[in-house]
Design a protein. Structure first.
Length: 322
């Protein structure tokens, strides 16, 4: 018998001493120091499973750009829910042809400005972040007809099928640009508390055995060889394979979905938040019109590496997974 989750309000920690423009106000001693001070404290909070919240936008987001984004509509699709921008290729995907050029320019500016903010705000990560995709999310989350594994309203941790991180962490920056409505999430216990309860039941030992398998190592070597020839194959470590499986397993698991304490957060119009979505189980219940940027943070950049999902899983499995 499952227990209905207790729901508490607002999972975030408000950042009050960083503002746009100007950054740290007043200048906080050690705020931009990679090895300690405020910058390390902020990173430690994120890595331990906190959501960092700004009651505003801590980077430049021009009114003209916002007005254009809010004028866009995206037809409902079971497969394309976002307009995505790939900064390393300066490429836009998912937009109609007549709006693509303007949207690409807006998303390019957004990517550049939010990245400058992240590297200043999270000083220990500066110079080590890997840029991933940015997205504009014009669809209302509530009531969308999606396959179970694609549903955003079920608690899950993130893993990318086509972009394995091999132990890097998934950091995401969200801004609710809806002029009137909040974006509502629920979140659960962080990964270092979640995994000891559920990872073995989800089959961690099987994926750990794969990491020791000579056949698995040969397959990965072959994958790398094909990638060098230009074939778009994903080089997934045992860690990536487990995290993809765990993402689906959590969505399928009614005991997990219905038990344990939950936090409900209503992110108001014009607010911004940062979260490690590989480490914080989350579900988007409602919300329309949001901007999001993803970064991959390598293990070497982390302040509390022992709390990262790969280290937690390796400790449980007793074997290296990537």
């Amino acid at each position: 018998m499952t227990t209905v989750a207790a729901v508490k309000m607002n999972a975030w920690v408000t950042v009050a001493d960083y503002h746009f423009p100007g950054g740290w106000q007043p200048e906080t001693p050690g705020a931009r120091t990679a090895g300690g001070g405020r910058g390390a404290q902020i990173c430690r909070q994120l890595e331990s499973g906190e959501i960092l919240f700004f009651n505003g936008v801590p980077f430049d987001l021009p009114a003209d750009d916002l007005e254009f984004l809010l004028s866009q509509t995206q037809s409902e699709s079971r497969f394309h829910k976002n307009i995505s921008y790939r900064p390393l290729k300066d490429a836009l995907h998912g937009a109609s042809a007549e709006n693509a050029q303007r949207l690409r320019q807006i998303m390019q500016r957004y990517s550049q400005r939010v990245t400058a903010f992240v590297e200043d705000f999270l000083a220990p990560y500066a110079g080590m972040l890997a840029l991933d995709f940015a997205s504009f999310r014009p669809l209302e989350e509530r009531g969308r007809d999606l396959p179970l594994h694609k549903r955003n309203d079920l608690l899950h941790v993130d893993a990318f099928p086509t972009r394995p991180t091999r132990g890097g962490r998934i950091l995401r920056v969200f801004t609710n640009i809806n002029p009137t409505q909040p974006r509502i999430w629920t979140t659960g216990a962080p990964f270092h508390q979640l995994a000891p309860r559920y990872a073995r039941d989800a089959g961690l030992e099987r994926f750990a055995a794969q990491s020791r398998s000579p056949i698995f190592k040969i397959r990965r070597s072959a994958t790398r060889a094909f990638r060098r020839l230009g074939f778009p194959l994903a080089d997934r470590s045992a860690y990536d394979r487990f995290m993809l499986h765990f993402h689906d397993w959590l969505k399928e698991n009614s005991d997990f979905q219905n038990s344990g304490a939950r936090m409900r957060s209503e992110f108001p119009s014009g607010s911004t938040w940062l979260v490690y979505t590989d480490g914080v189980p989350h579900a988007a219940l409602t919300g329309q019109f949001a901007l999001e940027h993803t970064y991959i943070v390598p293990p070497a950049a982390l302040v509390e590496a022992k709390l990262s999902p790969i280290r937690v899983l390796e400790e449980l499995a007793g074997v290296r997974l990537a």
